[in-house]
Design a protein around this ligand. Sequence first.
Ligand code: ADP
Ligand code: GLC
Length: 485
Amino acid sequence: MAPLKICLVASEVAPLAKTGGLADVAAALARFLGGAGHDVRVVMPLYPRVRDGDRAIQPQDSMKEIALDFGERKIPFSICTTKLPQSGVEIDLVDCPELYDRDQIYTADPDEALRFALLCRATLEACQRRQWAPDVFHCNDWHTALLPLYLRTIYAWDGLFASTRTLLTIHNIGYQGVFPAETLDQLGLSGERSHFDADDLREGRFSFLKTGLMYADGLTTVSETYAREIQTEEFGMGLEGLLRERSDRLVGIVNGVDYAEWNPATDPLIPHNYSADDLAGKAKNKTELLRRFELPEDPDVPLLGVVSRLASQKGFELLPDALSVLLHRDPVRLVVLGSGEERYEKYFSWLGDSFPDKVGFHAGYDNELAHWIEAGADLFLMPSRYEPCGLNQMYSMKYGTVPLVRKTGGLADTVRPFDAANGRGTGFLFEDFDSNALLDTIRGALEVYRDPDAWLRLVRNGMAEDYSWDRQGKHYVDLYERLIG
Ligand code: ADP
Ligand code: GLC
């Protein structure tokens, strides 16, 4: 099979800029495709955190100060390039200080729509200037979802893209990029109103994601269960009808894990490396982790871990009722790393203050500490309300940290319930979004923990799972091939 030309566009790519799993997936898929011999190019904004890192960034002389018409205004941008670490893949960085020099990757500023419309158009402009037409533009989430429409309208004249197809991956339908209809003028799209959802426009708004779902040639989301769920009213967040109409174009592909980064045998960020054959390092990591959180270093008390964006998606509403019982009555400890909505940060701070010997909370984003928790905890908690895929449960299994998850989306597809009778399974699942269900499941897990042989079996089952990109990436390649026919 001839190598494919793939242009992967994303608002975040690890390790350059990351707020969540999208960054991990964009980087790892690009690395996989590059490693498999495909011609892959990544495009993302040049944020200050990318510029200020210690990586080499090359300005491109032929792509300096390109002025793009956006309605009444011209927005100038340049393209610089850098390499995706541990790969030969080149990244195009869209340099536009006016739009991207902000403290955060995502903002609530009045030009937020323009920031990501520029990303879509700059991608197309860079391809034109290189005279390089990808077989597939692979767009990710709302930030890149206008690209298929731009390709069919403002850029339709260019025969360069005659055979190019578009794929849009939904990593999270909870973020749709909905803006007031007037914003279309800001984006230079006022002449293209007929292409947007008429009901939305009547109600004075339009949506990046919906528009992408209407015009992309192919649609994916990041697990099979989530692909089914988002076609229902409960999970579709208003887009279920459109997704049902286009269900012949929608495929669920579970994310892979980059085991070069997430492997306890080689991880340079954790204090002690270990493997399924020799778990001594894991026990030592638990002690180090307890020490880091200033909790009593008692190795026999089960330790629960959480690493998460603190958003309502993640289901932390279930914790207050479940934990108030558990922390009073059961010998158990909890360490939490997370940042996000203030109400959750306040709750975890309060919990830490209320149970200083049992709960440790670190507010913020800390990649090293995320690795420490994966390596040192016994159980990993993900009570998500919804979860398109989730990566931490897969990282946890590899680290011998048993996932305890709500049975939804990718969590349902990747964690198999442990059955003590036959020793099969990799974790614990609960179905109802209910704190009693969570509490019962935690207690069931603690019971297994008290049986060292059963626990060891469970830990090793998880460590033996393989969610590598070598397996998952092939599904994307098959799909790209189907799209280009
Ligand atoms: P989501 O993309 O919805 O946030 P995922 O489970 O797919 O959920 O991916 C989350 C990724 O972000 C994981 O790599 C996780 O380790 C990382 N992460 C989340 N919160 C933090 C944090 N506070 N500090 C460090 N890493 C974090
Ligand atoms: C999203 C989802 C998460 C998924 C990640 C990468 O942010 O919330 O479940 O793993 O994207 O696809």
